[in-house]
Design a protein around this ligand. Structure first.
Ligand code: PMP
Length: 428
Protein backbone atom coordinates (compact mmCIF):
# COMPACT_ATOMS: atom_id res chain seq x y z
CA UNK A 1 0.00 0.00 0.00
CA UNK A 2 1.06 3.55 -0.75
CA UNK A 3 1.55 5.88 2.20
CA UNK A 4 3.43 8.82 0.67
CA UNK A 5 2.14 12.35 0.05
CA UNK A 6 -1.43 12.74 -1.25
CA UNK A 7 -2.38 14.00 -4.71
CA UNK A 8 -3.38 17.35 -3.16
CA UNK A 9 -0.03 17.74 -1.46
CA UNK A 10 1.78 16.95 -4.70
CA UNK A 11 -0.41 19.43 -6.59
CA UNK A 12 0.27 22.23 -4.15
CA UNK A 13 4.04 21.57 -4.27
CA UNK A 14 3.92 21.53 -8.05
CA UNK A 15 2.20 24.92 -7.94
CA UNK A 16 4.84 26.33 -5.64
CA UNK A 17 8.05 24.75 -6.93
CA UNK A 18 7.56 23.66 -10.53
CA UNK A 19 7.25 25.64 -13.73
CA UNK A 20 3.70 26.90 -14.22
CA UNK A 21 3.98 25.70 -17.82
CA UNK A 22 3.84 22.03 -16.83
CA UNK A 23 0.53 20.46 -17.78
CA UNK A 24 -1.21 17.22 -16.91
CA UNK A 25 -4.15 15.13 -18.10
CA UNK A 26 -7.52 14.82 -16.30
CA UNK A 27 -7.40 18.35 -14.91
CA UNK A 28 -10.39 18.03 -12.60
CA UNK A 29 -9.10 14.86 -11.04
CA UNK A 30 -5.47 14.24 -12.01
CA UNK A 31 -4.08 10.72 -11.80
CA UNK A 32 -1.55 10.06 -9.09
CA UNK A 33 0.41 7.05 -10.33
CA UNK A 34 2.71 5.11 -8.06
CA UNK A 35 3.42 1.82 -9.80
CA UNK A 36 3.54 0.25 -13.25
CA UNK A 37 3.62 -3.31 -14.51
CA UNK A 38 3.69 -4.12 -18.23
CA UNK A 39 0.46 -2.68 -19.74
CA UNK A 40 -0.93 -1.67 -16.34
CA UNK A 41 -0.58 1.39 -14.16
CA UNK A 42 -1.67 1.67 -10.52
CA UNK A 43 -2.74 4.81 -8.67
CA UNK A 44 -2.15 5.69 -5.02
CA UNK A 45 -5.42 3.98 -4.04
CA UNK A 46 -4.27 0.73 -5.62
CA UNK A 47 -6.65 1.11 -8.55
CA UNK A 48 -5.49 -0.53 -11.79
CA UNK A 49 -5.63 1.16 -15.21
CA UNK A 50 -5.02 -0.33 -18.63
CA UNK A 51 -2.43 1.96 -20.23
CA UNK A 52 -3.26 2.59 -23.87
CA UNK A 53 -0.95 5.61 -24.11
CA UNK A 54 2.31 4.74 -22.35
CA UNK A 55 3.92 3.76 -25.63
CA UNK A 56 4.26 7.31 -26.76
CA UNK A 57 5.40 8.43 -23.36
CA UNK A 58 8.37 6.12 -23.89
CA UNK A 59 7.36 2.62 -22.85
CA UNK A 60 7.74 0.09 -25.63
CA UNK A 61 8.23 -3.27 -23.88
CA UNK A 62 5.89 -2.65 -20.93
CA UNK A 63 6.20 -0.73 -17.67
CA UNK A 64 9.09 -1.94 -15.53
CA UNK A 65 9.78 -4.84 -17.89
CA UNK A 66 11.94 -7.19 -15.76
CA UNK A 67 14.69 -7.66 -18.39
CA UNK A 68 15.08 -3.91 -18.88
CA UNK A 69 15.00 -3.21 -15.14
CA UNK A 70 17.62 -5.90 -14.58
CA UNK A 71 19.90 -4.44 -17.25
CA UNK A 72 19.59 -0.96 -15.73
CA UNK A 73 20.16 -2.15 -12.15
CA UNK A 74 23.12 -4.35 -13.05
CA UNK A 75 24.85 -1.62 -15.02
CA UNK A 76 24.11 0.98 -12.32
CA UNK A 77 25.77 -1.27 -9.76
CA UNK A 78 28.82 -1.76 -11.97
CA UNK A 79 29.41 1.71 -13.39
CA UNK A 80 27.58 4.84 -14.40
CA UNK A 81 29.70 7.57 -15.94
CA UNK A 82 29.87 10.06 -18.75
CA UNK A 83 29.86 8.69 -22.28
CA UNK A 84 33.01 10.54 -23.25
CA UNK A 85 36.68 10.15 -22.31
CA UNK A 86 36.85 6.42 -21.49
CA UNK A 87 35.97 3.13 -23.13
CA UNK A 88 32.97 1.04 -22.11
CA UNK A 89 31.32 -1.79 -23.98
CA UNK A 90 27.69 -0.83 -23.20
CA UNK A 91 27.69 1.95 -25.80
CA UNK A 92 29.37 -0.07 -28.55
CA UNK A 93 27.22 -3.16 -27.96
CA UNK A 94 24.06 -1.12 -28.30
CA UNK A 95 25.33 0.92 -31.26
CA UNK A 96 26.14 -2.29 -33.13
CA UNK A 97 22.74 -3.83 -32.38
CA UNK A 98 20.92 -0.63 -33.33
CA UNK A 99 22.84 -0.22 -36.60
CA UNK A 100 21.85 -3.78 -37.55
CA UNK A 101 18.18 -2.70 -37.51
CA UNK A 102 18.70 0.04 -40.13
CA UNK A 103 18.81 -0.31 -43.91
CA UNK A 104 21.54 0.66 -46.36
CA UNK A 105 24.58 2.52 -45.16
CA UNK A 106 22.87 3.89 -42.05
CA UNK A 107 25.28 2.54 -39.47
CA UNK A 108 26.94 5.37 -37.56
CA UNK A 109 25.21 6.19 -34.27
CA UNK A 110 25.38 9.29 -32.12
CA UNK A 111 23.53 9.03 -28.80
CA UNK A 112 21.63 11.87 -27.12
CA UNK A 113 19.34 12.22 -24.08
CA UNK A 114 16.13 13.13 -25.88
CA UNK A 115 14.30 13.43 -29.16
CA UNK A 116 14.83 17.17 -29.28
CA UNK A 117 18.59 16.74 -28.96
CA UNK A 118 18.59 14.06 -31.64
CA UNK A 119 16.69 16.26 -34.10
CA UNK A 120 18.82 19.33 -33.29
CA UNK A 121 21.91 17.31 -34.10
CA UNK A 122 20.41 15.88 -37.29
CA UNK A 123 19.52 19.36 -38.53
CA UNK A 124 22.97 20.71 -37.72
CA UNK A 125 24.67 17.81 -39.48
CA UNK A 126 22.54 18.32 -42.58
CA UNK A 127 23.42 22.02 -42.62
CA UNK A 128 27.12 21.29 -42.22
CA UNK A 129 27.12 18.52 -44.81
CA UNK A 130 25.29 20.48 -47.49
CA UNK A 131 26.58 23.94 -46.70
CA UNK A 132 22.96 25.11 -46.92
CA UNK A 133 20.68 26.50 -44.23
CA UNK A 134 17.12 26.00 -45.43
CA UNK A 135 15.05 23.14 -44.05
CA UNK A 136 11.65 21.90 -45.15
CA UNK A 137 9.34 20.29 -42.64
CA UNK A 138 5.60 19.68 -42.51
CA UNK A 139 2.76 21.71 -41.13
CA UNK A 140 1.35 19.90 -38.11
CA UNK A 141 4.72 18.29 -37.31
CA UNK A 142 6.32 18.08 -33.88
CA UNK A 143 10.10 17.71 -33.73
CA UNK A 144 11.12 19.25 -30.39
CA UNK A 145 11.39 22.47 -28.45
CA UNK A 146 14.91 23.85 -28.83
CA UNK A 147 16.04 26.41 -31.43
CA UNK A 148 16.11 24.43 -34.67
CA UNK A 149 13.51 21.85 -33.67
CA UNK A 150 11.00 24.45 -32.56
CA UNK A 151 11.46 25.96 -36.02
CA UNK A 152 10.70 22.68 -37.76
CA UNK A 153 7.72 22.03 -35.50
CA UNK A 154 4.65 23.07 -37.46
CA UNK A 155 2.00 23.89 -34.84
CA UNK A 156 1.59 27.32 -33.25
CA UNK A 157 0.65 25.80 -29.89
CA UNK A 158 4.18 24.42 -29.43
CA UNK A 159 6.04 27.48 -30.68
CA UNK A 160 7.29 30.67 -29.06
CA UNK A 161 7.99 33.96 -30.72
CA UNK A 162 11.77 33.64 -30.87
CA UNK A 163 14.01 33.74 -33.93
CA UNK A 164 13.39 30.69 -36.11
CA UNK A 165 15.01 31.19 -39.46
CA UNK A 166 15.29 29.18 -42.64
CA UNK A 167 12.46 26.73 -42.15
CA UNK A 168 9.63 26.29 -44.67
CA UNK A 169 6.54 24.29 -43.77
CA UNK A 170 5.05 22.24 -46.57
CA UNK A 171 1.35 21.44 -46.93
CA UNK A 172 0.59 18.47 -44.72
CA UNK A 173 -0.21 15.30 -46.69
CA UNK A 174 -3.14 14.59 -44.38
CA UNK A 175 -5.55 12.12 -46.00
CA UNK A 176 -8.48 13.14 -43.76
CA UNK A 177 -8.28 16.95 -43.76
CA UNK A 178 -5.84 17.72 -46.57
CA UNK A 179 -6.91 19.31 -49.87
CA UNK A 180 -5.58 16.47 -52.03
CA UNK A 181 -7.04 13.61 -49.99
CA UNK A 182 -4.82 10.54 -50.23
CA UNK A 183 -2.83 11.65 -53.28
CA UNK A 184 0.71 11.79 -51.84
CA UNK A 185 2.34 12.94 -55.06
CA UNK A 186 0.15 16.05 -55.34
CA UNK A 187 1.15 17.16 -51.85
CA UNK A 188 4.82 16.54 -52.66
CA UNK A 189 4.54 19.14 -55.44
CA UNK A 190 4.39 21.74 -52.65
CA UNK A 191 7.88 20.69 -51.54
CA UNK A 192 9.12 21.40 -55.07
CA UNK A 193 7.35 24.78 -55.00
CA UNK A 194 8.83 25.73 -51.63
CA UNK A 195 12.30 24.95 -52.96
CA UNK A 196 11.69 26.94 -56.16
CA UNK A 197 10.00 29.97 -54.64
CA UNK A 198 11.15 30.07 -51.02
CA UNK A 199 14.83 29.15 -51.20
CA UNK A 200 17.91 29.63 -53.39
CA UNK A 201 17.03 26.33 -55.05
CA UNK A 202 19.36 24.42 -52.73
CA UNK A 203 18.30 23.15 -49.31
CA UNK A 204 19.94 21.44 -46.34
CA UNK A 205 17.22 18.96 -45.49
CA UNK A 206 13.68 17.73 -45.38
CA UNK A 207 12.50 16.45 -41.99
CA UNK A 208 9.33 14.53 -41.26
CA UNK A 209 7.66 11.84 -39.23
CA UNK A 210 6.09 8.93 -41.13
CA UNK A 211 3.04 9.10 -38.89
CA UNK A 212 2.64 12.37 -37.00
CA UNK A 213 2.23 11.63 -33.31
CA UNK A 214 1.64 14.89 -31.47
CA UNK A 215 -0.19 16.07 -34.60
CA UNK A 216 -2.91 13.45 -33.99
CA UNK A 217 -1.69 10.20 -35.60
CA UNK A 218 -1.70 11.53 -39.14
CA UNK A 219 -0.34 8.91 -41.52
CA UNK A 220 1.25 10.70 -44.48
CA UNK A 221 -0.66 10.09 -47.72
CA UNK A 222 0.70 7.08 -49.67
CA UNK A 223 3.40 7.97 -52.15
CA UNK A 224 4.28 11.21 -50.40
CA UNK A 225 7.71 10.42 -48.99
CA UNK A 226 9.21 8.93 -52.19
CA UNK A 227 8.14 12.03 -54.17
CA UNK A 228 9.18 14.53 -51.48
CA UNK A 229 12.54 12.79 -50.95
CA UNK A 230 13.23 12.91 -54.66
CA UNK A 231 12.46 16.66 -54.87
CA UNK A 232 14.68 17.39 -51.88
CA UNK A 233 17.57 15.27 -53.14
CA UNK A 234 17.42 17.08 -56.51
CA UNK A 235 17.93 20.31 -54.53
CA UNK A 236 20.99 18.82 -52.80
CA UNK A 237 19.23 18.23 -49.49
CA UNK A 238 19.31 15.32 -47.06
CA UNK A 239 16.20 13.45 -45.92
CA UNK A 240 15.74 13.14 -42.17
CA UNK A 241 13.23 10.65 -40.73
CA UNK A 242 12.02 11.49 -37.23
CA UNK A 243 11.23 8.05 -35.81
CA UNK A 244 10.77 9.23 -32.23
CA UNK A 245 7.18 7.97 -32.21
CA UNK A 246 6.84 5.73 -35.25
CA UNK A 247 10.03 3.72 -34.80
CA UNK A 248 10.95 0.69 -32.75
CA UNK A 249 8.42 -1.81 -34.11
CA UNK A 250 5.39 0.30 -33.24
CA UNK A 251 3.82 0.29 -36.70
CA UNK A 252 3.90 -3.51 -36.65
CA UNK A 253 4.33 -4.16 -40.36
CA UNK A 254 7.81 -2.62 -40.20
CA UNK A 255 10.42 -1.78 -37.60
CA UNK A 256 10.68 1.85 -38.78
CA UNK A 257 7.83 4.11 -39.83
CA UNK A 258 9.57 5.31 -43.01
CA UNK A 259 9.72 1.72 -44.29
CA UNK A 260 5.94 1.87 -44.70
CA UNK A 261 6.54 4.34 -47.55
CA UNK A 262 9.47 2.40 -49.04
CA UNK A 263 12.08 5.13 -48.61
CA UNK A 264 15.59 5.10 -47.13
CA UNK A 265 16.46 8.35 -45.33
CA UNK A 266 19.95 9.86 -44.99
CA UNK A 267 19.56 10.49 -41.26
CA UNK A 268 17.21 8.75 -38.80
CA UNK A 269 16.44 10.14 -35.35
CA UNK A 270 14.87 8.26 -32.46
CA UNK A 271 14.01 8.55 -28.75
CA UNK A 272 11.10 7.62 -26.43
CA UNK A 273 10.56 3.86 -27.01
CA UNK A 274 14.27 3.23 -27.53
CA UNK A 275 14.92 3.14 -23.77
CA UNK A 276 11.55 1.95 -22.39
CA UNK A 277 11.32 5.08 -20.25
CA UNK A 278 15.01 5.81 -19.72
CA UNK A 279 16.20 9.14 -21.22
CA UNK A 280 17.85 8.12 -24.46
CA UNK A 281 17.84 9.30 -28.04
CA UNK A 282 19.94 8.61 -31.11
CA UNK A 283 20.87 9.88 -34.54
CA UNK A 284 21.88 7.27 -37.09
CA UNK A 285 23.46 8.23 -40.39
CA UNK A 286 26.03 7.19 -42.99
CA UNK A 287 29.79 7.24 -42.35
CA UNK A 288 30.16 10.03 -44.92
CA UNK A 289 27.64 12.36 -43.29
CA UNK A 290 28.89 11.49 -39.80
CA UNK A 291 32.30 12.91 -40.74
CA UNK A 292 31.00 16.49 -40.52
CA UNK A 293 31.15 16.36 -36.72
CA UNK A 294 34.93 16.06 -36.93
CA UNK A 295 35.18 19.62 -38.31
CA UNK A 296 35.23 20.80 -34.71
CA UNK A 297 34.80 19.21 -31.26
CA UNK A 298 31.39 17.83 -30.38
CA UNK A 299 30.21 15.77 -27.43
CA UNK A 300 27.24 14.99 -25.23
CA UNK A 301 28.14 14.30 -21.58
CA UNK A 302 25.40 11.75 -20.91
CA UNK A 303 24.09 10.80 -24.34
CA UNK A 304 24.80 7.05 -24.60
CA UNK A 305 26.04 6.61 -21.02
CA UNK A 306 26.44 2.98 -19.87
CA UNK A 307 23.17 2.75 -17.93
CA UNK A 308 21.00 4.15 -20.72
CA UNK A 309 22.65 2.13 -23.47
CA UNK A 310 22.34 -1.06 -21.38
CA UNK A 311 18.62 -0.30 -21.20
CA UNK A 312 18.52 0.28 -24.97
CA UNK A 313 20.14 -3.06 -25.72
CA UNK A 314 17.76 -4.83 -23.35
CA UNK A 315 14.80 -3.19 -25.13
CA UNK A 316 15.97 -4.42 -28.54
CA UNK A 317 16.40 -7.94 -27.17
CA UNK A 318 12.94 -7.93 -25.58
CA UNK A 319 11.36 -6.72 -28.84
CA UNK A 320 12.98 -9.66 -30.60
CA UNK A 321 12.52 -12.30 -27.89
CA UNK A 322 8.84 -11.47 -27.34
CA UNK A 323 8.04 -10.88 -31.01
CA UNK A 324 6.69 -7.45 -30.17
CA UNK A 325 6.73 -6.19 -33.76
CA UNK A 326 4.52 -9.08 -34.86
CA UNK A 327 2.33 -8.48 -31.80
CA UNK A 328 1.98 -4.79 -32.68
CA UNK A 329 0.84 -5.86 -36.14
CA UNK A 330 -1.65 -8.51 -35.02
CA UNK A 331 -3.13 -6.73 -32.00
CA UNK A 332 -2.97 -3.31 -33.70
CA UNK A 333 -4.83 -4.55 -36.80
CA UNK A 334 -7.44 -6.17 -34.59
CA UNK A 335 -7.88 -3.03 -32.49
CA UNK A 336 -8.17 -0.89 -35.62
CA UNK A 337 -10.99 -3.12 -36.87
CA UNK A 338 -12.79 -2.75 -33.56
CA UNK A 339 -12.35 1.05 -33.74
CA UNK A 340 -13.73 1.08 -37.30
CA UNK A 341 -16.81 -0.73 -36.00
CA UNK A 342 -17.16 1.99 -33.35
CA UNK A 343 -16.99 4.56 -36.14
CA UNK A 344 -19.86 2.81 -37.89
CA UNK A 345 -21.91 2.96 -34.72
CA UNK A 346 -21.14 6.45 -33.39
CA UNK A 347 -21.58 9.59 -35.54
CA UNK A 348 -19.04 11.42 -33.42
CA UNK A 349 -16.16 9.40 -34.83
CA UNK A 350 -14.95 11.14 -37.99
CA UNK A 351 -11.86 9.10 -38.71
CA UNK A 352 -9.94 6.04 -37.53
CA UNK A 353 -6.35 5.79 -38.69
CA UNK A 354 -2.81 4.65 -38.05
CA UNK A 355 -0.84 1.44 -38.14
CA UNK A 356 0.07 -1.23 -35.65
CA UNK A 357 -0.10 0.16 -32.14
CA UNK A 358 0.02 3.79 -33.30
CA UNK A 359 -3.68 4.48 -33.76
CA UNK A 360 -5.84 7.59 -33.81
CA UNK A 361 -9.57 8.24 -33.47
CA UNK A 362 -10.68 11.73 -34.51
CA UNK A 363 -13.92 13.06 -33.03
CA UNK A 364 -16.14 15.56 -34.85
CA UNK A 365 -19.55 17.02 -34.12
CA UNK A 366 -20.38 17.09 -37.83
CA UNK A 367 -18.93 14.50 -40.19
CA UNK A 368 -19.33 16.64 -43.31
CA UNK A 369 -17.87 19.83 -41.85
CA UNK A 370 -15.37 17.87 -39.72
CA UNK A 371 -16.02 20.23 -36.81
CA UNK A 372 -13.63 19.25 -34.00
CA UNK A 373 -15.43 17.73 -30.99
CA UNK A 374 -12.97 19.08 -28.46
CA UNK A 375 -15.15 19.16 -25.35
CA UNK A 376 -16.58 15.71 -26.12
CA UNK A 377 -13.07 14.31 -26.52
CA UNK A 378 -12.17 15.48 -23.02
CA UNK A 379 -15.43 14.18 -21.62
CA UNK A 380 -15.06 10.71 -23.16
CA UNK A 381 -11.44 10.57 -22.08
CA UNK A 382 -12.52 11.24 -18.46
CA UNK A 383 -15.24 8.59 -18.67
CA UNK A 384 -12.77 6.05 -20.06
CA UNK A 385 -10.43 6.77 -17.18
CA UNK A 386 -13.27 6.19 -14.72
CA UNK A 387 -13.77 2.79 -16.36
CA UNK A 388 -10.06 1.99 -16.04
CA UNK A 389 -8.61 2.85 -19.46
CA UNK A 390 -6.06 5.57 -20.21
CA UNK A 391 -5.88 6.90 -23.76
CA UNK A 392 -3.96 9.91 -25.03
CA UNK A 393 -5.25 13.05 -26.63
CA UNK A 394 -3.67 15.09 -29.36
CA UNK A 395 -3.99 16.77 -32.70
CA UNK A 396 -3.77 20.49 -33.28
CA UNK A 397 -7.47 20.82 -32.42
CA UNK A 398 -7.32 18.56 -29.36
CA UNK A 399 -9.94 16.18 -30.75
CA UNK A 400 -7.98 13.02 -31.50
CA UNK A 401 -7.57 10.02 -29.23
CA UNK A 402 -4.07 8.66 -29.48
CA UNK A 403 -3.89 4.95 -28.79
CA UNK A 404 -0.28 3.94 -28.38
CA UNK A 405 -0.01 1.23 -25.74
CA UNK A 406 3.10 -0.68 -24.71
CA UNK A 407 3.80 -3.25 -27.44
CA UNK A 408 2.92 -6.14 -25.10
CA UNK A 409 -0.80 -5.24 -25.43
CA UNK A 410 -3.06 -8.29 -25.96
CA UNK A 411 -6.27 -8.83 -27.96
CA UNK A 412 -8.17 -8.89 -24.65
CA UNK A 413 -6.69 -5.49 -23.82
CA UNK A 414 -7.73 -4.24 -27.26
CA UNK A 415 -11.28 -5.49 -26.63
CA UNK A 416 -11.37 -3.75 -23.29
CA UNK A 417 -10.26 -0.41 -24.81
CA UNK A 418 -12.85 -0.71 -27.58
CA UNK A 419 -15.67 -1.78 -25.23
CA UNK A 420 -14.93 1.06 -22.83
CA UNK A 421 -14.73 3.62 -25.65
CA UNK A 422 -18.01 2.34 -27.11
CA UNK A 423 -19.69 2.55 -23.71
CA UNK A 424 -18.36 6.07 -22.99
CA UNK A 425 -19.56 7.26 -26.40
CA UNK A 426 -22.98 5.68 -25.93
CA UNK A 427 -23.49 7.82 -22.83
CA UNK A 428 -22.96 11.26 -24.36
N1 PMP B 1 9.95 14.12 -32.38
C1 PMP B 1 8.72 13.62 -32.19
C2 PMP B 1 8.02 12.98 -33.35
C3 PMP B 1 8.11 13.71 -30.93
O1 PMP B 1 6.88 13.23 -30.76
C4 PMP B 1 8.80 14.31 -29.87
C5 PMP B 1 8.19 14.42 -28.49
N2 PMP B 1 6.83 14.41 -28.40
C6 PMP B 1 10.08 14.80 -30.11
C7 PMP B 1 10.63 14.69 -31.38
C8 PMP B 1 10.88 15.45 -29.02
O2 PMP B 1 11.31 14.49 -28.12
P1 PMP B 1 11.69 14.89 -26.62
O3 PMP B 1 10.46 15.34 -25.92
O4 PMP B 1 12.30 13.63 -26.06
O5 PMP B 1 12.70 15.99 -26.73
Amino acid sequence: PYNGPSADEILSKRKEFLSPSMFYFYEKNPLHLVHGKMQYLFDSNGRRYLDAFGGIATVSCGHCHPDVVEAIVNQTKRLQHSTILYLNNAITDFAEALASKLPGDLKVVFFTNSGTEANELAIMMARLYTGCHDIISLRNAYHGNAAATMSTTGQSVWKFNVVQSGVHHAINPDPYRGVFGSDGEKYAKDVEDLILFGTSGRVAAFMSEAIQGVGGIVELAPGYLPAAYSAVRKAGGLCIADEVQSGFARTGSHFWGFENQGVVPDIVTMAKGIGNGIPLGAVVTTPEIAEVLCHSNYFNTFGGNPVCTSAGLAVLRVIEKENLQENAHVVGSYLKERLMAIKNKHEIVGDVRGRGLLLGVELVTDRKLKTPAKAETLHIMDKMKEMGVLVGKGGFRGNVFRITPPLCFTKEDADFVADVMDCAMSKI
